[in-house]
Each structure stands twice: as structure tokens, then as C-alpha cells.
Design a protein around this ligand. Structure first.
Ligand SMILES: NC(=O)c1ccc[n+]([C@@H]2O[C@H](COP(=O)([O-])OP(=O)(O)OC[C@H]3O[C@@H](n4cnc5c(N)ncnc54)[C@H](OP(=O)(O)O)[C@@H]3O)[C@@H](O)[C@H]2O)c1
Length: 316
């Protein structure tokens, strides 16, 4: 990227609202090269939470690029509805519906045992609950959905990802994570009054750290691991969980396709498979700082503690 676009890009990012809304997307898009039309031909992509919002938009775009796309969903009917919708938009799209509740570690194990072949794994499923709830294994639900389920699925699918050329893993995090440090002292949110938005942001911070750790771990296998944030997009997740915010931002919100763009790019562009890109946090096709505030920075020991916690909690 030449100097002026780069300066505009960074200014939009640091001033948040222009960068995260569709203004930032439309500004940056002018400088992007289109993906090759068959970029995912012959590739198998698994996307969790792909029946709506960004997951469905990413699935549609990846099917359009020739990929075989698995919608990994927890509700068969919603999955089949999404599949029909995508096939109506992309005639001949190779779409499968797979059932998995990613917050349920037993279900993750069951599902992973059915997968033999995957090139791209997208951890997109997300939730922002109004109150603290626990899964069947006694894990707080945002932790289970955003961190423990994806950690276990990545671990169990590593052999299948090694067969990819090269395999890629993408965590869909959130810009909300900038507000929170890595809370490895209270990962299950047991201390203090529960706040769903905070729980969401804490676990989105964990995803960014996990992507970094998984990136290092899988480097020798040629598998790249990324985290990304979509900016602010009008999806059921945002309009249902944050109606006030959605109303405030109104037409400035990105559409789901714009929000999903970097996920698709990381999955399909040559850059997303380059070893030097692994472990980074991306937004609008560029790596971004993982921290803007000194108080959110974590130490190497805290990162290691997160890894140990995930290993223990997923029974590895
Ligand atoms: N939209 C934004 O502006 C924005 C901003 C930052 C980050 N994100 C992230 O982007 C991702 C997608 O969110 P979205 O905005 O597209 O929201 P969404 O429309 O609510 O999509 C979330 C998807 O996750 C699925 N899901 C939730 N828990 C699951 C579980 N335990 N197992 C399997 N699937 C599960 C949901 O399935 P059901 O239909 O069955 O509930 C739904 O398909 C999330 O990780 C979110 O945190 C979005």
C-alpha cells in the first residue's frame, strides 16, 4: 500500500468510528485487489455459527470462490435454511450442514471425530448473553463458545489441517476486546457482578491471544492461525443483543458481507497462508495492534497460563 492510503487507513483505525463502520470499509476497499475467482476451488472450509450474520456471509462468499463449505451449526433447521439461501444466491454451491454446539465439549469431540479433511477452519460462532449461564461441562458460556470449544476443535482437527496446503485457522474476535486485559485470574467470570458485554470482550481478548499461541505451535506444520475483527456489522447478533447500539449506528453499520470480508480474504488470499502472517490480529485486510491501552497488555507468563487453562479445561 502506498503512503496516502496507508495514512488514511491508520487514521480511520485509530479514530474507531470511521474505521469500524462501512466508511472505513469503503475507503480501504478502493485499494484492494480482487480475489481470484477460483481462489478456494478444491478447498474444504468449516465455519462455525454459519447459519446467520457474518458466518453465513463468509460461507456465501467462500462458496462463490469455489470452496466446499460446511456450515457448522447447532440447529439443523436453521442450518438447512441457510444452505438453501446460499444455494439460491450461488447456484451449484457445494454446501454441507454439520451439527455441532461448539460450547459443548462433548459435542465438539463427537463432531471432530467425523472430520477427516479440512483446509480452512473458521471459529465464528459467537454469543453475548444477558446473564451468566454454564454449559453441560460447567463452563461459562462465552468462555466455552469463544475459547474452549475452538481450542478443542483446533487441537482435534490439527491432523486434518496438516493435510491442507497449507491449513488455515481463523478466530473471529471483536474490536470490543481492546477494552479488556487477559483475565486468566478469573476465566469463568465468577468474581463480581456478571456483565455479558464484559464477558464477551474478555473472551474475545482470549481468542486473540490463543490465535497467537496456536500460530506459534502450528508454524512447523505450515498451518497459519489468525484472529480478526469485522468492525461493526448489522447482523442478528448486533441488532438483537445490542439494539441501542444498532439504532445509534443505523446506516453506518457495515452489511454482513462487508463485515465478513477479511475472514474470506484470510481464508482465500495467498497472504493468509504465508508463515510470516501467522498469529496476527487483522481488520480490513491489514494486521492491527493487539493493544491500544497499556493496562490491557499481558505477559508471556499470562499467555502461557491461558494455554494451560485451556488444555486442562478441555481435558487434554
Ligand atoms: N456483527 C458485528 O458487528 C460483530 C462485531 C465484532 C465481532 N463479531 C463476531 O462475529 C461472529 C459472528 O457474529 P454475528 O454478528 O454474525 O452474530 P450472529 O448473527 O448472532 O451469529 C452468531 C452465530 O453463532 C452461532 N452460535 C452461537 N453459539 C453457538 C454454539 N454454541 N454452537 C454453534 N453455533 C453457535 C449462532 O447460531 P444460532 O443461530 O443457533 O444462535 C449464529 O449462527 C461472532 O463471533 C461475533 O462475536 C461480530
Amino acid at each position: 500500500m502506498s503512503v496516502l492510503p496507508r495514512v488514511l487507513d491508520v487514521v480511520a483505525d485509530r479514530t474507531v468510528v470511521p474505521g469500524y463502520t462501512k466508511l472505513g470499509f469503503l475507503l480501504r476497499k478502493r485499494f484492494w485487489a480482487p480475489l481470484p475467482p477460483d481462489a478456494l476451488r478444491g478447498k474444504r472450509v468449516l465455519i462455525t455459527g454459519a447459519n446467520s450474520g457474518l458466518g453465513k456471509a463468509a460461507a456465501t462468499a467462500m462458496a462463490r470462490l469455489g470452496g466446499t463449505v460446511h456450515l457448522v451449526v447447532r440447529d439443523a433447521e436453521r442450518g438447512e435454511r441457510a444452505k438453501s439461501g446460499i444455494q439460491a444466491e450461488v447456484p451449484g454451491a457445494a454446501i454441507r450442514v454439520d451439527l455441532c454446539d461448539v460450547s459443548d465439549l462433548d459435542d465438539v469431540r463427537r463432531f471432530a471425530a467425523t472430520v477427516t479433511d479440512v483446509d480452512v477452519l473458521v471459529h465464528n460462532a459467537g454469543t453475548l448473553p444477558p446473564e451468566r449461564t454454564e454449559t453441560a461441562q460447567g463452563n461459562e458460556v462465552t468462555l466455552a463458545t469463544h475459547v474452549l470449544g475452538p481450542h478443542l476443535l483446533t487441537e482435534l482437527l490439527t491432523p486434518a489441517l496438516r493435510e491442507g496446503e497449507p491449513g488455515r485457522v481463523i478466530f473471529v474476535s471483536s474490536g470490543g476486546m481492546y477494552s479488556q486485559p487477559l483475565r486468566i485470574d478469573d476465566p469463568q467470570y465468577l468474581d463480581g457482578e456478571y456483565n455479558g458485554t464484559k464477558a464477551y470482550a474478555r473472551t474475545k481478548r482470549m481468542q486473540v491471544v490463543l490465535a497467537l499461541l496456536w500460530g506459534r505451535r502450528l508454524e512447523c506444520d505450515g498451518i497459519t492461525v489468525h484472529s480478526t475483527h469485522p468492525g461493526w456489522a448489522a447482523t442478528p447478533g448486533v441488532t438483537d443483543s445490542l439494539p441501542g447500539f444498532a439504532k445509534l449506528m443505523g446506516p453506518l453499520l457495515r452489511d454482513a458481507e462487508q463485515g465478513a470480508d477479511t475472514v474470506v480474504w484470510l481464508a482465500a488470499a495467498e497472504e493468509g497462508g504465508r508463515p510470516e502472517t501467522t498469529g496476527q490480529f487483522w481488520h480490513d485486510r491489514a494486521p492491527r495492534p493487539a493493544h491500544y491501552l497499556r493496562r490491557t497488555r499481558e505477559t508471556a507468563a499470562q499467555r502461557e497460563a491461558l494455554w494451560q487453562f485451556c488444555e486442562e479445561r478441555t481435558g487434554r
